[in-house]
Design a binder for this molecule. Structure first.
Ligand SMILES: [Mg+2]
Length: 133
């Protein structure tokens, strides 16, 4: 599979069938999430008003979901919005939804990057060469 890097150069990304499935499932769900976000009005500024959403604000909102996940561990464990799930599960899912929405909107290849970064991580030494955490 021939892919274009962020710097515009092409590289040969050789994904096996399992990796292709991961990437396709991620990208398909990310597009679905982004289309839903557009229908809910979160992208009106870009879709209807000729403006641009603030990328830093969207990343800050991803941070906020991680903070909510931490609070989910500190306080009530059970989600009220999605019964049967823990708050930490709900909030981490919220963070992933925001990442999917943002990445799809900006044309980022997060599905591929996940696979490629995991490959890279698997080649790193034990605890990445002795780091404590
Ligand atoms: Mg949340």
């Amino acid at each position: 599979m021939l892919e274009r890097r962020a710097n515009g150069e092409f590289t040969d990304l050789d994904l096996d069938d399992k990796e292709k499935n991961y990437v396709e499932a991620y990208e398909e769900f990310a597009e679905y999430v982004h289309e839903w976000a557009i229908r809910k009005g979160w992208w009106d500024i870009e879709e209807k008003e000729g403006g641009e959403r603030n990328d830093a604000e969207m990343i800050a909102l991803m941070h906020s979901e991680l903070s909510e996940a931490l609070e989910g561990l500190r306080g009530s464990l059970d989600s009220e919005k999605i019964p049967g799930y823990r708050n930490v599960e709900e909030e981490l899912a919220d963070c992933i939804v925001r990442i999917m929405d943002y990445g799809s909107a900006r044309g980022l290849r997060i599905g591929e990057a996940l696979v490629v970064k995991q490959r890279f991580n698997e080649k790193r030494p034990y605890r990445h060469g002795g780091k404590k955490y």
